[in-house]
Design a protein. Structure first.
Length: 411
């Protein structure tokens, strides 16, 4: 297989994901993703007729986010119509899986230049008739009996309970995420990859992160009520099924300590990101200087009832493929879907917290589902360059108890 070079990565700022409140809420998802495509084209002088494919992750592919948002965004960006686009869904892991699939195409020799990323307009998706996900919407009673998959917030509380994490533990991570993000923003650490989003009339929609709350303190977090207590006993079906019954069927006698809330969970935001990947031969022909190469990729699954525990197994699988150990990785991005996710990851793999999410994570910046993976890859690469480090890893939990992982190496 040939090497896969990462040439560039861009992303939009994250806007608050509430209709009528967020700065990006009136932007069409196709327009938001096309913003990143146009930025990549301009920054790298891309001949869009030679892009083999645009692969975009998007978790809620319905309404404005339906109809293959990758292809529509590509056309919206004014790219040559001879190029193509495809949209994929691995829930929260969609954006990173899009990058991994692009890398596979190049590594195999079947493709030479691919753009991969993702988009999610969380200000829009609640307006759809029924939210998507692996819970109850498919009404697959056979699957539900095998694997009762709860709301992800419920799963976070269940994992924290089973693993012995405390409210103080998860609040401390949420606070540290805000502190690190505030420091990164103040010092311009995100500026290299950040692209401004404009409205159709040319006015600026958003040119900065909108979600962070730098005034957050441990005391303010301690005052927040756990978000999923009422949901735990809420009737889900006519026969009285509840998340409590689902969890007790798999973990008899469990008494869940509810501890996750808005301050130690990922923020609801809008955003898009994109990564330019190429084969060495094609990159050299364009005069492109690679920023990194993809060292290894892997996907792993875990217990569906717990949903969020696969980043560790995916990381171990990727390390094995790369012939590396966890100590060989100098910097990590582990998506903060909920605080318990990176906490468990760091404890299970014996990773120094000082190497994980060093510029804050989704608790502070937000998590635009299908876009986050591509965004984190760019954030990781920027910080590796700033610190002059060589190796980094991105991983994230995804619904259905899955996780992609990607190891990159600077060149």
């Amino acid at each position: 297989m040939q090497e896969v070079w990462i040439i560039d990565a861009v992303r939009t700022p994250r806007g608050i994901g509430k209709a009528g409140k967020g700065a990006l809420a009136d932007i069409h998802p196709q327009r938001l993703l096309s913003t990143t495509l146009k930025a990549l084209e301009k920054r790298n002088n891309i001949n869009t007729s030679e892009v083999d494919d645009v692969i975009a992750g998007c978790s809620t592919q319905a309404g404005k986010q339906g109809s293959c948002v990758a292809r529509m965004a590509q056309l919206d960006a004014g790219w040559d119509q001879i190029s193509t686009g495809i949209t994929i869904d691995r829930f929260c892991g969609s954006g990173l899986s899009a990058v991994n699939i692009a890398a596979m195409g190049i590594a195999s020799g079947m493709q030479d230049c691919v753009v991969a990323g993702g988009v999610e307009m969380m200000s829009y998706t609640p307006s759809l008739p029924r939210a998507t996900g692996p819970l109850l919407d498919a009404d697959n009673l056979h699957l539900r009996a095998m694997y009762p998959q709860p709301n992800v917030g419920i799963a976070a509380d269940v994992i924290a309970t089973l693993e012995g994490f405390t409210r103080e533990d998860v609040d401390r991570l949420g606070y540290e995420s805000q502190r690190r993000a505030a420091h990164a923003i103040a010092n311009g650490y995100f500026d290299k990859s950040l692209v401004t989003v404009y409205r159709d009339d040319g006015s600026v929609a958003l040119d900065r992160e909108e979600y962070p709350r730098p005034s957050t303190t441990l005391e303010s977090l301690a005052g927040l009520k756990p978000a999923f207590i009422a949901m735990y006993d809420m009737p889900l079906t006519e026969d009285g099924l509840t998340y409590r019954k689902m969890m007790e069927s798999k973990f008899p006698g469990i008494k869940v300590d509810h501890m996750h809330h808005a301050g130690n969970s990922s923020g609801v935001v809008d955003g898009a990101g994109a990564v330019l990947l190429a084969s060495p031969e094609y990159a050299k022909a364009q005069g492109w200087k690679p920023r990194a190469r993809v060292r290894a990729m892997a996907d792993a699954g875990d217990r569906p009832e717990l949903i969020l525990n696969a980043p560790g197994p995916a990381t171990k699988k990727a390390l094995k493929k790369a012939g590396m150990s966890i100590k060989d990785i100098e910097l990590f991005e582990v998506n903060e879907a909920f605080a318990v996710v990176p906490l468990k990851f760091m404890r299970d793999l014996d990773v120094d917290p000082a190497k994980v999410n060093v510029n804050g994570g989704a608790c502070a910046l937000g998590h635009p589902i299908g876009a986050t993976g591509a965004m984190l890859l760019g954030t990781l690469l920027d910080e590796m360059e700033r610190r002059d480090l060589s190796t980094g890893l991105v991983t994230m939990c995804a619904a259905g108890a899955m996780a992609p992982a990607t190891i990159i190496e600077r060149m």
